[in-house]
Design a protein around this ligand. Structure first.
Ligand SMILES: C[S@@+](CC[C@H](N)C(=O)[O-])C[C@H]1O[C@@H](n2cnc3c(N)ncnc32)[C@H](O)[C@@H]1O
Length: 506
Protein backbone atom coordinates (compact mmCIF):
# COMPACT_ATOMS: atom_id res chain seq x y z
CA UNK A 1 0.00 0.00 0.00
CA UNK A 2 1.53 3.38 -0.87
CA UNK A 3 1.36 6.14 1.71
CA UNK A 4 -0.49 8.73 -0.34
CA UNK A 5 -3.47 6.46 -0.84
CA UNK A 6 -3.22 5.30 2.77
CA UNK A 7 -3.58 8.93 3.85
CA UNK A 8 -6.79 9.27 1.86
CA UNK A 9 -8.27 6.49 3.93
CA UNK A 10 -11.05 7.58 6.15
CA UNK A 11 -13.72 5.02 6.69
CA UNK A 12 -12.50 2.08 4.77
CA UNK A 13 -9.51 -0.21 4.95
CA UNK A 14 -8.25 -0.01 1.46
CA UNK A 15 -6.02 -2.33 -0.41
CA UNK A 16 -5.02 -0.29 -3.44
CA UNK A 17 -3.66 -3.36 -5.17
CA UNK A 18 -6.82 -4.18 -7.01
CA UNK A 19 -5.14 -6.14 -9.78
CA UNK A 20 -6.78 -9.36 -8.64
CA UNK A 21 -10.14 -7.71 -9.08
CA UNK A 22 -9.38 -6.38 -12.57
CA UNK A 23 -10.75 -8.49 -15.37
CA UNK A 24 -8.00 -9.29 -17.89
CA UNK A 25 -10.15 -11.17 -20.34
CA UNK A 26 -13.86 -10.52 -20.70
CA UNK A 27 -14.51 -13.00 -23.47
CA UNK A 28 -13.11 -16.44 -22.73
CA UNK A 29 -10.62 -17.59 -25.38
CA UNK A 30 -10.97 -14.12 -26.95
CA UNK A 31 -14.02 -15.48 -28.73
CA UNK A 32 -15.85 -12.16 -28.97
CA UNK A 33 -14.98 -8.48 -29.17
CA UNK A 34 -14.11 -7.11 -25.72
CA UNK A 35 -12.44 -3.75 -26.35
CA UNK A 36 -15.37 -1.70 -25.01
CA UNK A 37 -15.39 -3.67 -21.75
CA UNK A 38 -11.60 -3.35 -21.54
CA UNK A 39 -11.75 0.43 -21.87
CA UNK A 40 -14.48 0.62 -19.23
CA UNK A 41 -12.29 -1.50 -16.96
CA UNK A 42 -9.35 0.85 -17.52
CA UNK A 43 -11.61 3.83 -16.84
CA UNK A 44 -13.06 2.68 -13.52
CA UNK A 45 -10.61 0.23 -11.95
CA UNK A 46 -8.62 3.17 -10.54
CA UNK A 47 -11.56 4.32 -8.43
CA UNK A 48 -12.32 0.80 -7.27
CA UNK A 49 -11.37 0.17 -3.68
CA UNK A 50 -11.06 -3.36 -2.46
CA UNK A 51 -12.40 -3.34 1.04
CA UNK A 52 -13.27 -5.72 3.83
CA UNK A 53 -15.30 -3.04 5.55
CA UNK A 54 -18.37 -4.49 3.90
CA UNK A 55 -17.99 -8.18 4.56
CA UNK A 56 -19.80 -10.62 2.34
CA UNK A 57 -22.03 -11.22 5.34
CA UNK A 58 -23.01 -7.57 5.56
CA UNK A 59 -24.19 -7.40 1.96
CA UNK A 60 -26.21 -10.52 2.55
CA UNK A 61 -28.96 -11.50 4.92
CA UNK A 62 -26.56 -13.29 7.30
CA UNK A 63 -26.10 -10.39 9.71
CA UNK A 64 -29.81 -9.66 9.66
CA UNK A 65 -30.51 -13.11 11.05
CA UNK A 66 -28.82 -12.02 14.23
CA UNK A 67 -30.00 -8.43 13.93
CA UNK A 68 -32.95 -7.82 16.17
CA UNK A 69 -36.05 -6.66 14.29
CA UNK A 70 -34.47 -7.34 10.89
CA UNK A 71 -34.72 -11.07 11.58
CA UNK A 72 -38.52 -10.94 11.66
CA UNK A 73 -38.58 -11.73 7.96
CA UNK A 74 -36.03 -14.14 6.61
CA UNK A 75 -35.17 -12.46 3.34
CA UNK A 76 -32.09 -14.06 1.93
CA UNK A 77 -31.58 -11.30 -0.61
CA UNK A 78 -31.53 -8.58 2.02
CA UNK A 79 -28.47 -6.61 3.06
CA UNK A 80 -27.63 -5.92 6.68
CA UNK A 81 -28.35 -2.99 8.99
CA UNK A 82 -24.55 -2.63 9.39
CA UNK A 83 -24.14 -1.99 5.71
CA UNK A 84 -26.82 0.70 5.73
CA UNK A 85 -25.27 2.41 8.77
CA UNK A 86 -21.80 2.39 7.21
CA UNK A 87 -23.25 3.92 4.07
CA UNK A 88 -25.02 6.67 6.05
CA UNK A 89 -21.59 7.90 7.14
CA UNK A 90 -20.05 7.44 3.75
CA UNK A 91 -22.86 9.31 2.01
CA UNK A 92 -23.43 12.05 4.55
CA UNK A 93 -26.99 10.96 5.32
CA UNK A 94 -28.27 12.75 8.43
CA UNK A 95 -31.27 13.11 10.70
CA UNK A 96 -34.17 14.77 8.87
CA UNK A 97 -32.93 13.73 5.42
CA UNK A 98 -35.14 11.90 2.93
CA UNK A 99 -33.69 8.55 1.89
CA UNK A 100 -34.98 6.32 -0.91
CA UNK A 101 -34.80 2.58 -1.54
CA UNK A 102 -36.68 1.66 -4.72
CA UNK A 103 -36.10 -2.09 -4.10
CA UNK A 104 -36.92 -2.21 -0.42
CA UNK A 105 -37.26 -5.99 0.11
CA UNK A 106 -37.51 -6.74 3.81
CA UNK A 107 -37.32 -3.02 4.59
CA UNK A 108 -33.76 -2.78 5.94
CA UNK A 109 -32.98 0.67 4.51
CA UNK A 110 -36.15 2.31 5.83
CA UNK A 111 -36.02 0.65 9.24
CA UNK A 112 -32.40 1.57 9.88
CA UNK A 113 -33.24 5.07 8.66
CA UNK A 114 -36.13 5.27 11.12
CA UNK A 115 -33.79 4.39 14.00
CA UNK A 116 -31.51 7.24 13.01
CA UNK A 117 -34.27 9.84 12.64
CA UNK A 118 -34.03 9.73 8.85
CA UNK A 119 -37.17 9.85 6.69
CA UNK A 120 -37.58 7.33 3.92
CA UNK A 121 -39.50 6.36 0.82
CA UNK A 122 -39.51 2.76 -0.36
CA UNK A 123 -41.03 0.63 -3.08
CA UNK A 124 -41.17 -3.07 -3.78
CA UNK A 125 -43.47 -5.24 -5.82
CA UNK A 126 -43.56 -8.03 -3.27
CA UNK A 127 -46.54 -8.12 -0.87
CA UNK A 128 -44.23 -9.46 1.86
CA UNK A 129 -42.59 -6.05 2.09
CA UNK A 130 -45.91 -4.48 3.00
CA UNK A 131 -46.52 -6.96 5.82
CA UNK A 132 -42.93 -6.59 7.06
CA UNK A 133 -42.99 -2.80 6.96
CA UNK A 134 -46.26 -2.62 8.89
CA UNK A 135 -45.10 -5.00 11.63
CA UNK A 136 -41.52 -3.72 11.90
CA UNK A 137 -42.53 -0.08 11.57
CA UNK A 138 -44.72 -0.43 14.67
CA UNK A 139 -41.80 -1.37 16.91
CA UNK A 140 -42.26 1.67 19.17
CA UNK A 141 -46.01 1.17 19.49
CA UNK A 142 -46.36 -2.42 20.65
CA UNK A 143 -47.90 -3.10 24.02
CA UNK A 144 -45.87 -5.97 25.44
CA UNK A 145 -48.60 -7.25 27.75
CA UNK A 146 -51.01 -7.39 24.81
CA UNK A 147 -48.46 -9.40 22.80
CA UNK A 148 -48.03 -11.82 25.70
CA UNK A 149 -51.81 -12.26 25.79
CA UNK A 150 -51.74 -12.87 22.05
CA UNK A 151 -49.13 -15.62 22.52
CA UNK A 152 -51.33 -17.20 25.25
CA UNK A 153 -54.40 -16.89 23.03
CA UNK A 154 -52.61 -18.73 20.22
CA UNK A 155 -51.38 -21.37 22.66
CA UNK A 156 -54.97 -22.05 23.72
CA UNK A 157 -56.35 -22.23 20.16
CA UNK A 158 -57.66 -25.56 18.94
CA UNK A 159 -58.89 -26.25 15.45
CA UNK A 160 -62.34 -27.95 15.48
CA UNK A 161 -62.30 -31.49 14.04
CA UNK A 162 -64.83 -30.57 11.33
CA UNK A 163 -62.76 -27.63 10.02
CA UNK A 164 -62.29 -28.21 6.27
CA UNK A 165 -60.57 -25.19 4.76
CA UNK A 166 -57.02 -25.80 3.54
CA UNK A 167 -54.13 -23.49 2.74
CA UNK A 168 -54.43 -22.24 -0.86
CA UNK A 169 -51.89 -23.46 -3.38
CA UNK A 170 -50.75 -23.06 -6.96
CA UNK A 171 -49.04 -25.73 -9.08
CA UNK A 172 -45.55 -25.03 -7.78
CA UNK A 173 -46.66 -25.04 -4.13
CA UNK A 174 -49.01 -27.99 -4.35
CA UNK A 175 -48.84 -30.26 -1.27
CA UNK A 176 -46.16 -28.12 0.36
CA UNK A 177 -47.51 -28.74 3.87
CA UNK A 178 -48.43 -31.81 5.90
CA UNK A 179 -52.22 -32.25 6.10
CA UNK A 180 -52.62 -30.93 9.66
CA UNK A 181 -50.56 -27.85 8.82
CA UNK A 182 -52.52 -27.22 5.62
CA UNK A 183 -55.67 -27.01 7.79
CA UNK A 184 -54.03 -25.05 10.61
CA UNK A 185 -52.65 -22.26 8.43
CA UNK A 186 -56.06 -20.82 7.38
CA UNK A 187 -57.57 -21.62 10.77
CA UNK A 188 -54.97 -19.71 12.78
CA UNK A 189 -55.02 -16.90 10.22
CA UNK A 190 -58.81 -16.51 10.52
CA UNK A 191 -58.86 -16.76 14.31
CA UNK A 192 -56.20 -14.07 14.66
CA UNK A 193 -58.05 -11.83 12.19
CA UNK A 194 -61.32 -11.97 14.18
CA UNK A 195 -59.65 -11.81 17.59
CA UNK A 196 -60.07 -8.69 19.77
CA UNK A 197 -56.37 -7.74 19.55
CA UNK A 198 -55.17 -4.43 18.14
CA UNK A 199 -54.25 -4.02 14.46
CA UNK A 200 -50.59 -3.75 15.50
CA UNK A 201 -50.66 -7.08 17.35
CA UNK A 202 -52.51 -8.76 14.46
CA UNK A 203 -50.00 -7.31 11.99
CA UNK A 204 -47.15 -8.79 14.00
CA UNK A 205 -48.83 -12.21 14.11
CA UNK A 206 -49.36 -12.02 10.34
CA UNK A 207 -45.65 -11.42 9.77
CA UNK A 208 -44.73 -14.18 12.22
CA UNK A 209 -46.92 -16.66 10.37
CA UNK A 210 -45.59 -15.49 7.01
CA UNK A 211 -42.05 -15.96 8.26
CA UNK A 212 -42.89 -19.48 9.47
CA UNK A 213 -44.17 -20.91 6.20
CA UNK A 214 -40.84 -22.30 5.03
CA UNK A 215 -40.25 -24.07 8.36
CA UNK A 216 -43.76 -25.48 8.27
CA UNK A 217 -43.38 -26.82 4.75
CA UNK A 218 -41.60 -29.59 2.90
CA UNK A 219 -39.56 -26.94 1.10
CA UNK A 220 -36.35 -25.11 1.68
CA UNK A 221 -35.09 -21.92 0.06
CA UNK A 222 -31.72 -23.03 -1.09
CA UNK A 223 -29.62 -20.83 -3.36
CA UNK A 224 -31.52 -20.28 -6.57
CA UNK A 225 -34.14 -22.94 -5.93
CA UNK A 226 -36.99 -23.98 -3.75
CA UNK A 227 -35.91 -27.50 -2.78
CA UNK A 228 -38.38 -30.22 -1.86
CA UNK A 229 -38.07 -32.61 1.04
CA UNK A 230 -37.72 -36.33 0.49
CA UNK A 231 -40.87 -36.86 2.61
CA UNK A 232 -43.07 -34.58 0.50
CA UNK A 233 -45.90 -36.01 -1.57
CA UNK A 234 -44.40 -34.34 -4.65
CA UNK A 235 -41.10 -36.23 -4.33
CA UNK A 236 -42.69 -39.51 -3.21
CA UNK A 237 -45.12 -39.53 -6.16
CA UNK A 238 -42.53 -38.43 -8.71
CA UNK A 239 -40.13 -41.14 -7.60
CA UNK A 240 -42.83 -43.82 -7.56
CA UNK A 241 -43.61 -42.84 -11.14
CA UNK A 242 -39.94 -42.98 -12.17
CA UNK A 243 -39.45 -46.37 -10.57
CA UNK A 244 -42.61 -47.68 -12.25
CA UNK A 245 -41.11 -46.55 -15.57
CA UNK A 246 -37.84 -48.31 -14.85
CA UNK A 247 -35.94 -45.12 -14.12
CA UNK A 248 -33.67 -44.17 -11.25
CA UNK A 249 -35.50 -42.19 -8.54
CA UNK A 250 -34.47 -38.55 -8.03
CA UNK A 251 -31.65 -38.25 -5.51
CA UNK A 252 -33.14 -35.88 -2.97
CA UNK A 253 -30.86 -34.65 -0.21
CA UNK A 254 -33.30 -32.49 1.73
CA UNK A 255 -34.75 -34.26 4.75
CA UNK A 256 -36.19 -31.85 7.30
CA UNK A 257 -37.37 -34.65 9.58
CA UNK A 258 -40.49 -34.04 11.68
CA UNK A 259 -41.97 -30.66 10.85
CA UNK A 260 -43.14 -28.39 13.67
CA UNK A 261 -46.78 -27.38 14.18
CA UNK A 262 -48.22 -23.97 13.31
CA UNK A 263 -48.87 -23.27 16.99
CA UNK A 264 -45.34 -24.10 18.05
CA UNK A 265 -43.65 -22.01 15.35
CA UNK A 266 -46.01 -19.08 15.63
CA UNK A 267 -45.63 -18.79 19.39
CA UNK A 268 -41.87 -19.09 19.04
CA UNK A 269 -41.77 -16.30 16.46
CA UNK A 270 -43.98 -14.03 18.57
CA UNK A 271 -41.79 -14.59 21.63
CA UNK A 272 -38.69 -13.79 19.60
CA UNK A 273 -40.37 -10.59 18.43
CA UNK A 274 -41.36 -9.70 22.02
CA UNK A 275 -37.72 -10.07 22.99
CA UNK A 276 -36.64 -7.67 20.24
CA UNK A 277 -39.42 -5.19 21.02
CA UNK A 278 -38.40 -5.13 24.68
CA UNK A 279 -34.80 -4.56 23.65
CA UNK A 280 -35.71 -1.54 21.52
CA UNK A 281 -38.35 -0.12 23.84
CA UNK A 282 -35.74 -0.02 26.61
CA UNK A 283 -33.56 2.03 24.28
CA UNK A 284 -36.00 4.67 23.06
CA UNK A 285 -33.18 6.71 21.50
CA UNK A 286 -33.20 4.01 18.81
CA UNK A 287 -36.76 4.81 17.87
CA UNK A 288 -37.45 8.27 16.55
CA UNK A 289 -41.18 8.98 16.57
CA UNK A 290 -41.25 11.97 14.29
CA UNK A 291 -39.92 10.13 11.26
CA UNK A 292 -41.78 9.76 7.98
CA UNK A 293 -41.59 6.25 6.58
CA UNK A 294 -43.50 5.94 3.33
CA UNK A 295 -43.85 2.60 1.58
CA UNK A 296 -45.83 1.76 -1.50
CA UNK A 297 -46.18 -1.64 -3.07
CA UNK A 298 -45.49 -1.20 -6.75
CA UNK A 299 -42.86 -1.31 -9.43
CA UNK A 300 -40.03 1.18 -9.10
CA UNK A 301 -40.22 1.57 -12.87
CA UNK A 302 -43.68 3.09 -12.50
CA UNK A 303 -43.36 4.78 -9.12
CA UNK A 304 -40.08 6.70 -9.51
CA UNK A 305 -41.34 8.74 -12.49
CA UNK A 306 -44.15 10.01 -10.24
CA UNK A 307 -41.82 11.43 -7.56
CA UNK A 308 -41.09 15.14 -7.67
CA UNK A 309 -37.70 16.34 -8.90
CA UNK A 310 -34.84 17.31 -6.55
CA UNK A 311 -36.44 15.92 -3.37
CA UNK A 312 -34.23 13.00 -2.28
CA UNK A 313 -31.08 13.33 -0.13
CA UNK A 314 -29.70 9.85 -0.76
CA UNK A 315 -30.42 6.41 -2.17
CA UNK A 316 -29.29 3.09 -0.72
CA UNK A 317 -30.47 0.06 -2.62
CA UNK A 318 -29.83 -3.31 -4.08
CA UNK A 319 -31.84 -4.28 -7.14
CA UNK A 320 -32.40 -7.90 -8.12
CA UNK A 321 -29.15 -9.23 -9.59
CA UNK A 322 -28.83 -10.23 -13.24
CA UNK A 323 -28.56 -13.85 -12.19
CA UNK A 324 -31.77 -15.68 -13.18
CA UNK A 325 -32.97 -15.61 -9.58
CA UNK A 326 -36.74 -15.87 -9.58
CA UNK A 327 -38.22 -14.25 -6.47
CA UNK A 328 -41.68 -15.48 -7.38
CA UNK A 329 -40.57 -19.12 -7.22
CA UNK A 330 -38.44 -18.78 -4.12
CA UNK A 331 -41.25 -16.92 -2.32
CA UNK A 332 -44.14 -18.83 -3.89
CA UNK A 333 -45.44 -20.07 -0.51
CA UNK A 334 -45.48 -16.53 0.87
CA UNK A 335 -47.09 -15.03 -2.25
CA UNK A 336 -49.86 -17.62 -2.21
CA UNK A 337 -50.41 -17.16 1.53
CA UNK A 338 -50.85 -13.45 0.89
CA UNK A 339 -53.60 -14.15 -1.62
CA UNK A 340 -51.92 -14.48 -5.02
CA UNK A 341 -53.19 -17.04 -7.49
CA UNK A 342 -51.46 -18.59 -10.50
CA UNK A 343 -52.00 -15.55 -12.77
CA UNK A 344 -50.90 -13.00 -10.20
CA UNK A 345 -47.71 -14.89 -9.49
CA UNK A 346 -47.01 -15.10 -13.21
CA UNK A 347 -47.70 -11.38 -13.62
CA UNK A 348 -45.45 -10.50 -10.67
CA UNK A 349 -42.67 -12.54 -12.32
CA UNK A 350 -43.01 -10.25 -15.34
CA UNK A 351 -43.16 -7.12 -13.19
CA UNK A 352 -39.82 -7.94 -11.57
CA UNK A 353 -36.90 -6.04 -12.99
CA UNK A 354 -35.81 -8.48 -15.73
CA UNK A 355 -33.83 -11.03 -13.76
CA UNK A 356 -35.25 -14.36 -14.86
CA UNK A 357 -35.03 -16.25 -18.14
CA UNK A 358 -38.79 -15.82 -18.48
CA UNK A 359 -38.68 -12.01 -18.37
CA UNK A 360 -40.16 -10.34 -21.45
CA UNK A 361 -39.18 -6.91 -22.70
CA UNK A 362 -40.89 -3.98 -20.97
CA UNK A 363 -39.80 -1.36 -23.51
CA UNK A 364 -43.14 -0.95 -25.30
CA UNK A 365 -44.94 -0.82 -22.00
CA UNK A 366 -42.50 1.81 -20.70
CA UNK A 367 -42.88 3.86 -23.89
CA UNK A 368 -46.67 3.90 -23.43
CA UNK A 369 -46.25 4.73 -19.77
CA UNK A 370 -43.89 7.66 -20.39
CA UNK A 371 -46.26 8.89 -23.16
CA UNK A 372 -49.20 8.68 -20.75
CA UNK A 373 -47.47 10.87 -18.17
CA UNK A 374 -46.37 13.38 -20.82
CA UNK A 375 -42.68 12.44 -20.66
CA UNK A 376 -42.05 10.89 -24.09
CA UNK A 377 -38.82 12.86 -24.40
CA UNK A 378 -37.43 11.23 -21.29
CA UNK A 379 -38.23 7.82 -22.71
CA UNK A 380 -36.27 8.66 -25.84
CA UNK A 381 -33.40 10.08 -23.81
CA UNK A 382 -33.05 6.84 -21.86
CA UNK A 383 -33.34 4.74 -25.00
CA UNK A 384 -30.59 6.74 -26.69
CA UNK A 385 -28.33 6.42 -23.65
CA UNK A 386 -28.75 2.63 -23.71
CA UNK A 387 -27.80 2.58 -27.40
CA UNK A 388 -24.79 4.79 -26.77
CA UNK A 389 -23.34 2.54 -24.06
CA UNK A 390 -20.61 0.74 -26.01
CA UNK A 391 -19.84 -1.89 -23.34
CA UNK A 392 -23.50 -2.85 -23.06
CA UNK A 393 -23.84 -3.15 -26.86
CA UNK A 394 -20.70 -5.27 -26.88
CA UNK A 395 -22.10 -7.59 -24.17
CA UNK A 396 -25.37 -8.03 -26.06
CA UNK A 397 -23.58 -8.79 -29.34
CA UNK A 398 -21.22 -11.20 -27.59
CA UNK A 399 -24.13 -13.09 -26.04
CA UNK A 400 -25.77 -13.35 -29.44
CA UNK A 401 -22.58 -14.76 -30.95
CA UNK A 402 -22.29 -17.23 -28.07
CA UNK A 403 -25.89 -18.22 -28.59
CA UNK A 404 -25.39 -18.74 -32.33
CA UNK A 405 -22.41 -20.90 -31.40
CA UNK A 406 -24.63 -23.07 -29.18
CA UNK A 407 -22.91 -21.96 -25.96
CA UNK A 408 -26.02 -20.63 -24.22
CA UNK A 409 -28.31 -23.27 -22.81
CA UNK A 410 -31.27 -20.95 -22.37
CA UNK A 411 -32.06 -18.24 -24.91
CA UNK A 412 -33.95 -16.36 -22.19
CA UNK A 413 -30.56 -15.20 -20.86
CA UNK A 414 -30.19 -12.83 -23.83
CA UNK A 415 -33.56 -11.19 -23.24
CA UNK A 416 -32.92 -11.05 -19.50
CA UNK A 417 -29.57 -9.25 -19.80
CA UNK A 418 -30.94 -6.77 -22.35
CA UNK A 419 -34.05 -6.07 -20.31
CA UNK A 420 -32.06 -5.85 -17.09
CA UNK A 421 -29.89 -2.98 -18.29
CA UNK A 422 -32.71 -1.27 -20.17
CA UNK A 423 -34.83 -1.19 -17.05
CA UNK A 424 -31.99 -0.19 -14.74
CA UNK A 425 -31.28 2.68 -17.14
CA UNK A 426 -34.77 4.03 -16.53
CA UNK A 427 -34.16 3.70 -12.79
CA UNK A 428 -30.79 5.53 -12.97
CA UNK A 429 -32.33 8.27 -15.10
CA UNK A 430 -35.19 8.82 -12.65
CA UNK A 431 -32.85 8.75 -9.66
CA UNK A 432 -30.80 11.55 -11.16
CA UNK A 433 -33.94 13.63 -11.64
CA UNK A 434 -35.40 13.08 -8.18
CA UNK A 435 -32.17 13.47 -6.20
CA UNK A 436 -31.11 16.83 -4.80
CA UNK A 437 -27.84 18.25 -6.04
CA UNK A 438 -25.05 16.69 -3.98
CA UNK A 439 -27.12 13.61 -3.06
CA UNK A 440 -25.32 10.27 -3.23
CA UNK A 441 -26.63 7.02 -4.58
CA UNK A 442 -25.32 3.59 -3.49
CA UNK A 443 -26.11 0.41 -5.43
CA UNK A 444 -25.12 -3.04 -4.21
CA UNK A 445 -24.81 -5.47 -7.11
CA UNK A 446 -22.94 -8.52 -8.41
CA UNK A 447 -21.09 -8.99 -11.67
CA UNK A 448 -22.09 -12.04 -13.67
CA UNK A 449 -20.78 -14.25 -16.43
CA UNK A 450 -22.69 -16.16 -19.07
CA UNK A 451 -21.07 -18.58 -21.52
CA UNK A 452 -17.61 -17.22 -20.94
CA UNK A 453 -18.69 -13.56 -21.31
CA UNK A 454 -18.08 -11.38 -18.27
CA UNK A 455 -20.73 -8.72 -17.69
CA UNK A 456 -19.26 -5.99 -15.49
CA UNK A 457 -22.58 -4.85 -14.01
CA UNK A 458 -20.79 -2.42 -11.66
CA UNK A 459 -18.89 -0.56 -14.37
CA UNK A 460 -21.62 -0.65 -17.05
CA UNK A 461 -24.04 0.74 -14.47
CA UNK A 462 -21.57 3.44 -13.46
CA UNK A 463 -21.11 4.41 -17.11
CA UNK A 464 -24.89 4.60 -17.60
CA UNK A 465 -25.20 6.68 -14.43
CA UNK A 466 -22.57 9.09 -15.83
CA UNK A 467 -24.53 9.32 -19.08
CA UNK A 468 -27.50 10.57 -17.04
CA UNK A 469 -25.39 13.16 -15.20
CA UNK A 470 -24.06 11.42 -12.08
CA UNK A 471 -20.41 11.73 -11.03
CA UNK A 472 -18.89 8.45 -9.89
CA UNK A 473 -17.40 8.80 -6.41
CA UNK A 474 -16.18 5.35 -5.54
CA UNK A 475 -16.67 1.72 -6.37
CA UNK A 476 -16.16 -0.53 -3.38
CA UNK A 477 -15.52 -4.12 -4.19
CA UNK A 478 -15.67 -6.81 -1.57
CA UNK A 479 -12.55 -8.80 -0.78
CA UNK A 480 -14.59 -11.94 -1.20
CA UNK A 481 -15.63 -12.18 -4.80
CA UNK A 482 -18.52 -14.09 -6.18
CA UNK A 483 -17.72 -17.73 -6.95
CA UNK A 484 -17.53 -18.83 -10.58
CA UNK A 485 -19.97 -21.59 -11.39
CA UNK A 486 -18.29 -24.98 -11.78
CA UNK A 487 -19.51 -25.38 -15.37
CA UNK A 488 -18.14 -21.96 -16.38
CA UNK A 489 -14.84 -22.68 -14.65
CA UNK A 490 -14.44 -26.06 -16.32
CA UNK A 491 -15.26 -24.71 -19.75
CA UNK A 492 -13.89 -21.18 -19.66
CA UNK A 493 -11.51 -20.88 -16.68
CA UNK A 494 -11.77 -18.62 -13.65
CA UNK A 495 -12.28 -14.84 -13.75
CA UNK A 496 -12.79 -12.29 -10.98
CA UNK A 497 -16.48 -11.61 -10.45
CA UNK A 498 -16.78 -8.54 -8.28
CA UNK A 499 -19.44 -7.88 -5.68
CA UNK A 500 -19.56 -4.12 -5.68
CA UNK A 501 -21.12 -1.09 -4.06
CA UNK A 502 -21.09 1.76 -6.56
CA UNK A 503 -21.43 5.28 -5.22
CA UNK A 504 -22.41 8.18 -7.48
CA UNK A 505 -23.22 11.79 -6.76
CA UNK A 506 -25.63 14.19 -8.42
C1 LIG B 1 -31.92 -7.63 -3.56
S1 LIG B 1 -33.55 -7.45 -3.05
C2 LIG B 1 -33.49 -6.07 -1.97
C3 LIG B 1 -33.33 -6.48 -0.55
C4 LIG B 1 -33.28 -5.34 0.45
N1 LIG B 1 -32.11 -4.53 0.29
C5 LIG B 1 -33.34 -5.88 1.88
O1 LIG B 1 -32.48 -5.57 2.67
O2 LIG B 1 -34.25 -6.66 2.18
C6 LIG B 1 -34.32 -6.78 -4.48
C7 LIG B 1 -35.78 -6.47 -4.31
O3 LIG B 1 -36.24 -5.85 -5.50
C8 LIG B 1 -37.61 -6.17 -5.62
N2 LIG B 1 -38.03 -5.85 -7.00
C9 LIG B 1 -37.80 -6.55 -8.13
N3 LIG B 1 -38.30 -5.90 -9.19
C10 LIG B 1 -38.86 -4.76 -8.71
C11 LIG B 1 -39.53 -3.67 -9.32
N4 LIG B 1 -39.74 -3.62 -10.63
N5 LIG B 1 -39.93 -2.66 -8.52
C12 LIG B 1 -39.74 -2.69 -7.18
N6 LIG B 1 -39.13 -3.71 -6.56
C13 LIG B 1 -38.69 -4.73 -7.31
C14 LIG B 1 -37.67 -7.62 -5.24
O4 LIG B 1 -38.99 -7.96 -4.87
C15 LIG B 1 -36.69 -7.65 -4.07
O5 LIG B 1 -37.37 -7.48 -2.86
Amino acid sequence: MNTSSAQQLTLFDMNPDNSDWKVEQFSANAFCEESARQSLEDKFIGMTEITDKFSRQSVSHQLSKKGRLHRWLKYKEGFSADLVETLFKEMGIKKGHMLLDPFLGSGTTSLVAQMHGINSVGFDIMPMTEVAMFAKGNIARYDISELRNLADYITSMKRPPDYKKRAESITITDSAYPDETALDIPYYTEQIAISPFSDEAKGLARLCLLNSLERLSYTSKDGQYLRWDINSKKVIEANACRIANGREPFKVKLDKGDLPSVKQVLVEEINKAIDDILYFQKRPHNMANDVEMYFKRGSALLELPLLQSDGIDGVITSPPYCNRYDYTRIYALELVYLGMGEDEVRQTRQDLLSCTVESKTKLDFLRDYYDSIGRSEDFNRVKNAIKANAALSEVLSALKIRNDNGDINNKGVLKMVKGYFEELSFIYHELFRICKKGARVAFVNDNVRYSGEVIPVDFISTELACQFGFTPIKIYSLKQQKGNSSQQMAKFGRVPLRKSITIWEK
